[in-house]
Design a protein around this ligand. Structure first.
Ligand SMILES: *Cc1c(COP(=O)(O)O)cnc(C)c1O
Length: 373
């Protein structure tokens, strides 16, 4: 075995960064005007630009992608129990915990990794007030079925769309589904503002209410109408976000090409499966999860994962372990693995291969060599 230090480390992602010289120009502009936060002109500009890019009517920027989840639950006055997925980043369920809400985990559909709509109804109780699905890896949930169930039982829907930046179905934004959707602009996401996030809503009065809740509930100099929090995005990150928005399409194109090469090479590998594009969906290629079937592949996921790591190819086991196995949640009845067979299997089989805008052909072949046998 060669010296591992000879090999460049390939990480699962690398942040999309604006060109430093151009960002410096933005900083000079901010320094000259001295408006650095509290809904400044760049904040306004980024909201407008995102509405246009994402084809949505209203958006509210946040300081990260977790607070909009917490505030969405507050804004809709959700209480009691919320039906959600265990197959996500832990922030999804933490947002419920921070609102004193009991998560009710429902198993996923292995075809998408998303909550299985066929299993939602059985999880509804008199305490259920909402459904919080996740468009995991940017794969759209079955929004039509979920809406029908919500309508039949009088439930709200909040989509954790942290992975679904720019995802569309038949030319329509996935972010327009449900009552509210939230985005994360964290450094690891397909579009980033370093830390950052947003909430997407369909009407102006909701937008006003959300803007109020992210600024302490303050309406004017002498009025506070709600126990809001501070979750505003500052001007520096809004400037950074405006620059990144101009190059995100190019980054997604590059990711798409890598995904096409991955699929081509892995389609013939026995025991490795992955998602293909879904009909009518404009994907953002945020992640490339592969699933390792130990019997067919002849090696289990962790063996492959650590073999890659040893060769400085750092995939990530998104999402392993399942949220439902973590200490705060494992005591709930719905968290028992026997209720979540599909999620449990996916969590045990998944590796997200490196996928970002700076991967070279050489990197991709080096990664594939470790997986293709
Ligand atoms: C990244 C992520 C979040 C949280 O976003 P932050 O911006 O890191 O707070 C929430 N949900 C999911 C599914 C995520 O992947």
């Amino acid at each position: 075995m060669g010296n591992i230090y000879e090999k460049k480390i390939i990480t699962v992602t690398t942040p999309l960064l604006p060109e430093l010289q151009i960002f410096n120009k933005s900083l000079e502009h901010i320094w000259a005007h001295k408006w650095i936060t509290n809904g400044g002109p760049l904040h306004q500009q980024l909201e407008n630009a995102l509405c246009e890019y994402l084809k949505i009517p209203y958006i509210s920027l946040f300081t990260n992608g977790t607070l909009p989840l917490i505030i969405a639950l507050q804004a809709l006055r959700i209480t009691g129990e919320v039906i959600t997925t265990p197959y996500s980043f832990v922030a999804t369920t933490h947002a419920l915990w921070w609102n004193n809400i009991t998560p009710v985990f429902v198993d996923i559909d292995p075809k998408t990794g998303n909550i299985d709509p066929d299993k939602i109804e059985a999880a509804i109780t008199p305490h259920t007030s909402a459904i919080m699905p996740v468009h995991v890896y940017g794969n759209p949930c079955d929004t039509k079925r979920i809406q029908e169930i919500a309508d039949a039982y009088g439930l709200k829907i909040i989509y954790d769309a942290a992975h679904a930046f720019g995802v569309e179905i038949n030319g329509k934004s996935i972010l327009a589904e449900g009552d509210l959707s939230t985005l994360s602009f964290h450094a690891t996401k397909v579009y980033n503002t370093i830390e950052g996030g947003a909430m997407v809503m369909s009407d102006e009065s909701t937008k006003k209410r959300i803007d109020n809740l992210k600024n302490f509930g303050i309406t004017d100099e002498t009025h506070v109408i709600a126990p809001g929090i501070n979750s505003k995005m500052d001007e520096v990150r809004a400037a950074y976000g405006l620059l990144n928005l101009k190059q995100v399409d190019k980054a997604i194109d590059h990711r798409h090409n890598v995904v096409l090469r991955y699929r081509e090479a892995l389609r013939k590998v026995k025991g490795i499966s992955f998602f293909d594009d879904l009909p009518g969906v404009k994907h953002n290629y945020a992640y490339f999860p592969i699933f390792v079937n130990e019997e067919e592949y002849g090696m289990n996921r962790d063996t492959l994962y650590f073999k890659m790591k040893e060769q400085n190819v750092w995939g990530r086991r998104y999402f392993y372990p399942l949220i439902s196995t973590f200490t705060p949640y494992r005591g709930f009845d719905s968290a028992r693995p026997e209720h979540l067979p599909n999620a449990t299997r996916m969590a045990e089989q998944v590796i997200c291969l490196p996928l970002h805008h700076l991967l070279t052909d050489e990197d991709v072949e080096r990664i594939l060599k470790l997986v293709v046998k």
